[in-house]
Design a protein around this ligand. Sequence first.
Ligand code: MTE
Length: 393
Amino acid sequence: MRSRRNFLKQMSGAALTVGAAPSFLARALALPQSGSIDMPGEDGLIVRSFRFVDLETPVEYFNTWLTPVPHFFVRNHMHEPSELSGDLTNSDWRLTVGGEVDKPFALTFSELSRLETHSVVNTLECAGNGRSLHRPQVPGIQWGKGAVGTARFSGSRLRDILQRAGIKPTGKHVMFRGLDEVPGKVPAFIRSIPIEKALDTDTLVATHMNGAPLTKHHGFPARVLVPGWIGAASCKWLTEIKVLDWEFVGNFMSPGYRFPNQPVKPGDAVKPEDTHPLTALNVKSVIAGPLEGASLKAGKVAVHGAAWAGESNVVKVEVSTDGGTSWNPASLGHDQAHYAWRLWIYEWKAKSGDYTILSRATDSEGRTQPATPAWNPSGYLYNAVDQVKIHVA
Ligand code: MTE
C-alpha cells in the first residue's frame, strides 16, 4: 500500500503539472475504485481522477450530520487556480458585479468579508453521483455513492450583492465565472441560474465552510452556494457575477448538466433540444453501514445512512432486510435543516443468512426513490433505492 501511495503521489504531481497528459498516462491514472490517497487535508478519500482533482467520500464516512471538510468530496473540471493563497490583503483578487445592473462594482476580499453574513447547512451533491451504477454504463467520472456531503456554508447573501448593484428589469439570469486554470481549449467554468433562485435569501457567496475559511479544493476565497441544487450550480473560485437577460449558453450549461425532457430507454440517444438544464436534486438515501460485502455476527445490527431531497424535506426512510418484500420505518436523526440531509438508523435483529438490505427515502413532495433509476445519456441524478449485500454468520 505504501509504495502504491508513493507512486500515486508522484503520478499526482506529474499529472497536475503536465496538464494535457498523454493519453497513455491518462489511462494509467484511471485508478481502481478502492484507490485512496494521502492528499494534504483530504483524509482517505477515493480518487476518481488525478488529472483534475476528483475525490469521493467513502460511504462509511456518512455518520456525522456535518461532513468534516477533509472528508468532503471534491469535484473539479479543471486545475485549481495556482495564484490564490491564504492572505488576500494585497492580492489582485476582485469579485466583479456587472451586466444588467445600474451600478456595476467590484469588491476586494476585505470588502466582501465586511458584508452581513448568513449561514446555510446544505447537502451538496454532484449531479453525476452514482453514475457508475447506471446500466448500460455511461461515460464520465465513474462516481460511486459518495460525491455528496453536508456542510454549514457561510458568507454574504447573493441578493444583497445584486441589490447593491441594482438589477435592471431586463435581468433574468445570473452568471458566475470561476478562476479555474483552463488547459488547452477547454472552455472556462461559467454557468448561470435564474434570477428567482439568485435572489433567494439562502443563496450565498460563501467564504466559509463549517466555520473555517474555504479550502482551495472547495473554492477559496469565495464560491456560490445554490442550496438544494446540483453541485455544479455552486461555482467555486468565484471572480465574476454578471446579470444577463438570457440564460448563459456554454459547455457547462449545454451540452453539460442537462436532462432529457421525457423518460429515455436505457442506451437511447437524446437530441439536445429535448433536454433542459438540471436544477434541484432528487430524493435519495444511501446506506453507510453495514458496508457492501460485510460479514456480521447474528444479533443486533444497526442499518444506518443519510437521506436528502434537494429543495424539499425527507419525511420518511424505510429499510428492507428481505430484498424489498417488506419495509420497516427507520428513525430519523435530530439534526435537520431545510437543505440538509437527515441521518437515519434502523435497528435490525439479524439471524444467520445472506441478505440484500435496501433503503428508500420519501420527501415532502411525495417523491419516493424508484426501484430502477431514470437512465440518461450523461448518467445524472441517479437515485434508485440503495442496496448492500451482506452475510450474517
Ligand atoms: N466551480 C468551478 N469553478 N469549477 C468546477 O469545476 N465543479 C462544480 C462545482 N463548482 C466546479 C465548480 C461541481 S460539478 C460540483 S459537484 C461542485 O463544485 C463540487 O464542490 P466541491 O468540490 O466543493 O465538493
